[in-house]
Structure formats: C-alpha cells, structure tokens
Design a protein around this ligand. Structure first.
Ligand SMILES: [Zn+2]
Length: 301
C-alpha cells in the first residue's frame, strides 16, 4: 500500500492543501481563500478527513514561532491579519489530527525545501529562495537545514538605497520600515509607485523593471555576501516578469564588482540566479517533503 503524506501551504491569501505519495507526487490538492481561522481550518479539516496519513508538513505565513521547544510553537505572531494574530495553527491542526506527527516552518523555508527536493536546488545544501509577490520573503537552507536562529530570517525587510534611476518621490510602503526591500519592490509597491492595478500591465521595456531589478540586485548582493549561497532562486508573482532575470544578473555583477571571486558569479550567472522550477507549487511540495522527513525520522528513531 502506498503511504500518504499531508502538506499545507498556509499563506496569507490562500491555503493550499495536498496529499502526496512517498516520492512527493501530489495526488489530491485543493485551495481555499484564507478567511478567519475558524472557517479556514474547517475547510482544511474537511479536505484531509477522507485520507489516512501519519505525518503532516506545514509552511506557514508569518511571523510565526518556529521554535519547537517554545510553548508558542506554531503560533502566528504580530501579523497585520488581526484575526490570525496569536492563533496557534500547530495546536489547531494537532487537535484535529491527534494521531498525526506535524511539523511547521515558515512558508519560504518550506518552499526552499521544496526546491531542494524537487526543483531548482536539487543536490544543493546552501541556497536562498526568495519570493517577490504581495510581500517579499526568503527561505534559506544552510548545510542542508532550514535556517532559523533567534526567530527566522526576514529577508524581505533588508534596507536598500534609493535607485539612482528612481527620480520620483516614492518612499516605500512597508508599514514598519517604509523603504525596505518589500516597501520598495513588492507587487503592491510597484502598483502604488506606477499607479497601476497590477504591475503586470507595465510594458516589458518600462523603466519600472530597471528600477525593480536594481532594488532586487542590492538585496541579492547582501545575501551573497552574508550567506555565500550556491544559488539564488527567485519566485513569486512579480518574477513572472522574466525580463527581470537578465537585468538582475547584470546589476548584481556590477554591484559585486568582482569582490567575491567565483566563476558562478562571473561566467555562470544564468545558473546562479534562476527561476523557481515548481511553478507556484514550491510551498506545497516543500510541505510534503517536510512530512516525508518526519516519517523518516520516526522510522529511524
Ligand atoms: Zn519592511
């Protein structure tokens, strides 16, 4: 009999639930709009009830407590989504599925895990996954493990200097920092900056993409300098604008100015900064990978 695993990509706008087999193939999948916790959990539970599984992986929007030893493990912290603030997602799922082992991490760390097992980071141990969409967030694997530290990285909120091509008085939209990377380069920042309903309507040769790639390249330079990743994977709605990739690579090279010497940062930048290979499924695939890991560790203990 095929063993089944449960995965949840718990996002701020949608919850994606899936059942996969031991190779990470998704067999059943459904997605629900993120309503209040009670309604959302009711949908999640209804989806999973018909299946038999003993391990569940969850990639959650944040900030979220990912310290397994902490009493708040799995609790959504100071999110702007007020009805989710202080809601413990891990506990709610544990009470709904009491015989199931559950592990939870940030949505971006889990997406990074998905890319490592099934996508653009196969075979790598140290890399960054950055998503640029409604918000900007980054997941990191170091030595094959998801990076946590004191809480978890918040890579979307690094500071960037104003692009010299950005002549307008746009000061950023991050409620906490205004002109951090997310404040200057997220989808909503682009929409606000260029007064469009969606940045996808901007022409491919619009100056917006020059400026956007400058902000992203600045952040990537910092990640390269601090984390020394083997690769950086860029996903999320904004990165559907594939004209950004060559612009970001070229600007990163210019910014680094040969300081970090490695052929991947010179001749092979096309393989160093790459799109996600999982077409929006990195979160769910990573959650399934997390569930498979739990099962493996139970089997080995
Ligand atoms: Zn910020």
């Amino acid at each position: 009999m095929v063993r089944l695993y449960a995965g949840i990509e718990a996002g701020g706008t949608k919850f994606v639930c899936g059942i996969c087999d031991d190779r990470g193939e998704v067999i059943e999948k459904a997605q629900f709009h993120t309503e209040a916790p009670k309604e959302t959990l009711a949908n999640v539970i209804r989806f999973f009830k018909p299946f038999e599984f003993t391990a569940m992986g969850v990639g959650s929007f944040g900030p979220v407590c990912v310290d397994k030893a902490h009493p708040k493990y799995g609790m959504i912290l100071n999110t702007p989504k007020l009805n989710w603030r202080n809601f413990n997602l891990y506990q709610a799922l544990s009470s709904a599925f009491p015989s199931c082992a559950i592990k939870l991490d940030t949505d971006v760390n889990v997406a990074a895990l998905g890319e490592q097992r099934f996508g653009a980071a196969r075979g790598l141990t140290d890399f960054v996954y950055l998503t640029i969409g409604t918000g900007i967030g980054g997941g990191v694997l170091i030595d094959g493990k998801m990076l946590h530290g004191l809480t978890h990285p918040e890579m979307g909120h690094v500071l960037v200097r104003k692009s010299n091509k950005d002549l307008e008085e746009f000061n950023g939209i991050c409620p906490s920092h205004k002109n951090c990377l997310e404040g200057m380069a997220s989808g909503p920042a682009l929409n606000m900056r260029w007064q469009v309903a969606s940045c996808s309507v901007l022409p491919k040769d619009h100056i917006a993409w020059e400026i956007e790639s400058d902000y992203l390249a600045q952040a990537l330079m910092n990640y390269v300098l601090v984390l020394s990743p083997q690769k950086i994977i860029l996903g999320g709605g904004v990165m559907k604008q594939i004209q950004l990739f060559p612009l970001i690579r070229q600007k990163l090279k210019t910014l680094l100015n040969g300081y970090v010497q490695h052929q991947n940062l010179e001749e092979y930048l096309d393989d160093f900064i790459v799109p996600s290979e999982l077409d929006g499924d990195a979160g769910l695939k990573g959650a399934c990978a997390l569930a498979i890991d739990i099962q493996d560790s139970l089997a080995n203990s």
